[in-house]
Design a protein. Structure first.
Length: 415
């Protein structure tokens, strides 16, 4: 497909997604290569469950919509019995589980980086929480005698293909087996409905609490091995390169750096990778602690209630760690007050928070700051490319895993 035809196809598909998702809006893509829509209103982040109509979408290749009854997922590698898993088998032959998951694009917040970086200029809108239903991978792997020893990996390959002439990088991601066995599922429903095409119909891998890139859409293959997708057998597999999206893209590194490919790693926590010395350029696995104010909206003019108070409401999350503290500032981070969590409390899903505030008429800068169960708190700023990132979130070429406080500030005027 030519570049011109590809661009037209992408825009047509994006328009179709927007018709199905009236609570979203298109997001600027500097490369004009992704199908991307994000939450159109901050009110999305004042509610615990994200309706499908407001859930963000991000993928690079053509949107697939295959017939479910014709789709299969191949299972191979270090297994006793290879298999072609059909949708009827996944639904009928294995337990059915539902998991709550806050899915966040690894590039969420990229639009706040200065200088500009990456392609899709996300601000706050690429995070959503849904209930995903499917078959637990633990049961599927056990049934087929898969090797599940410590140190093994499960590689998931999507059925979508590049539409750019000359590109041969197929979408594949590897997940460590200990995470797979803990809570990963093959999801075929979202908020009680069959997966929409843009969310991976008829089945996708779902990795709770990890960045969305790990939850491979239109799942076509599962492969059990001792390593991640790595090495010549994956870099040139039947003429296609499967390593790009694991080993090169979605890595946190300075400008102009090509990360080394690793056969395996033992540190999966993204923040731990950033602070440790095992991995030079971290992989975007689990989500960093983060929060977003949903109400009042940015730029709003608001009036206090009869008792003189206003309620600030938002969401906070920390991947597959627990978020344990939320603070709110009404003066741009100069002073802080403790907020409170309320509502549902599920592993790998965000918590609603609120803060009761008694303001005087004026204009205010509202920000929130979350802390996780390991005492890791959101940094205030994004660093400069060549600056000292101590205490700040490191600028990186891909604009990945951003969780700074100030870029997400909300300006409100109180009458």
């Amino acid at each position: 497909m030519s570049n011109s035809a590809r661009g037209e196809n992408r825009r047509r598909e994006t328009d179709e997604i927007l018709e199905r998702k009236p609570g979203t809006e298109a997001v600027t893509d500097l490369e004009d290569r992704y199908r991307v829509v994000g939450a159109a209103d901050r009110e999305t982040y004042a509610n615990w469950l994200t309706p499908i109509e407001e859930h963000y979408v991000c993928h690079r290749n053509e949107t697939l919509d295959p017939a479910a009854e014709e789709w299969t997922v191949s299972l191979g590698g270090a297994v006793d019995r290879e298999a072609e898993l059909g949708m009827e088998e996944l639904r009928d032959d294995y337990p059915t589980v539902a998991v709550a998951h806050t899915m966040e694009c690894a590039g969420n917040g990229r639009g706040y980086f200065d200088p500009e970086t990456g392609s899709v200029q996300w601000e706050y809108g690429a995070a959503s929480t849904a209930i995903w239903t499917g078959a637990p991978l633990q049961s599927i792997l056990a049934h087929h005698g898969a090797a599940t020893d410590e140190g093994t990996w499960l590689t998931a390959v999507g059925g979508d293909h590049p539409e750019v002439e000359g590109e041969n990088d197929l979408f594949a991601r590897s997940v460590p087996m200990e995470k797979v066995l803990e809570d990963c599922i093959l999801a075929y429903e979202m908020n009680g409905e069959s997966l929409p095409p843009e969310h991976g119909h008829p089945v996708r891998l779902l990795v709770p609490g990890w960045y969305g890139v790990n939850s491979v859409k239109w799942l076509a293959e599962l492969h059990v091995a001792e390593t991640m997708v790595h090495g010549p057998e994956w870099a040139d597999r039947d003429g296609d390169d499967y390593t790009q999206w694991q080993q090169s893209s979605y890595r946190i590194h300075p400008e102009g750096v090509e990360p080394d490919s690793n056969a395996t790693v033992s540190t999966f926590d993204t923040w731990d990778q950033l602070e440790g010395d095992e991995i030079d350029h971290p992989y975007t696995f689990d989500e960093n602690v983060k929060s977003t104010i949903g109400r009042p909206a940015d730029g709003a003019t608001v009036s206090p209630r009869e008792d003189g108070t206003l309620e600030i409401v938002g969401v906070a999350w920390a991947g597959d760690d627990e978020v344990t503290e939320i603070e709110v500032s009404t003066d741009g981070g100069d002073s802080w007050a403790e907020g409170e969590f309320f509502g549902p409390n599920y592993d790998c899903a965000w918590r609603l928070f609120r803060y009761e505030w008694e303001p005087s008429p004026d204009t205010y800068t509202l920000v929130s700051r979350a802390t996780d169960e390991r005492g890791r708190r959101q940094p205030m700023r994004i660093s400069e490319p060549d600056g000292d990132a101590d205490g700040e979130y490191p600028w990186n070429e891909g604009g990945y895993a951003e969780n700074a406080v100030l870029p997400h500030a909300v300006e409100v005027t109180v009458e």
